[in-house]
Design a protein around this ligand. Structure first.
Ligand code: ZN
Length: 151
């Protein structure tokens, strides 16, 4: 009797953690006309084979004035990639072309638009130091946060 209730508890715990893990593979983040993301930290599970980040621009300003994208790099690469991205221009979504330091990057969108980017979880490691940011020129100073991978 005692063993079977223990087993039941274990099954419930496992199902719960599986549910949370699967859920974390799909992330939603919002940007606005005030140069802000609504998240300072995003947490995904190391069990995600693929991660999809959906970016919603809740503002009204056009992409060439207040465009936002979502870019992921190692924290050590964040500043150089953000700087190179500014030089790459809107036509390249402010992301340096063929740059291996870019783990993932979405398109630049304007107010009212939505975009998403999907990338392999195999590109990330538990305990890695990752930063997400908007690479529109000047935005990365404020529009950035930590991207955390947990077991
Ligand atoms: Zn931006």
């Amino acid at each position: 009797m005692k063993n079977s209730s223990l087993l039941l508890t274990l099954i419930i715990l496992l199902s719960t953690s599986n549910f949370v893990a699967a859920d974390s593979c799909n992330q939603v983040i919002e940007g606005n006309d005030m140069l802000q993301f609504n998240l300072k930290e995003m947490v995904v599970s190391s069990s995600c084979s693929e991660i999809t980040v959906t970016l919603k621009h809740t503002g009204a300003m056009p992409a060439n004035v207040m465009g936002h994208n979502w870019v992921l790099t190692n924290t050590a690469d964040f500043m150089p990639v953000a700087t190179a991205g500014g030089g790459a221009g809107l036509g390249n979504n402010y992301v340096p072309v063929n740059d291996a330091r870019v783990i993932a990057a979405s398109a630049v969108i304007g107010g009212g638009a939505e975009t998403s980017v999907t990338f392999s979880g195999a590109l990330l490691s538990v305990g890695g130091d990752y930063t997400f940011f908007c690479s529109f020129p000047g935005h990365y100073m404020i529009m950035k946060g930590s991207f955390v991978v947990r077991d």
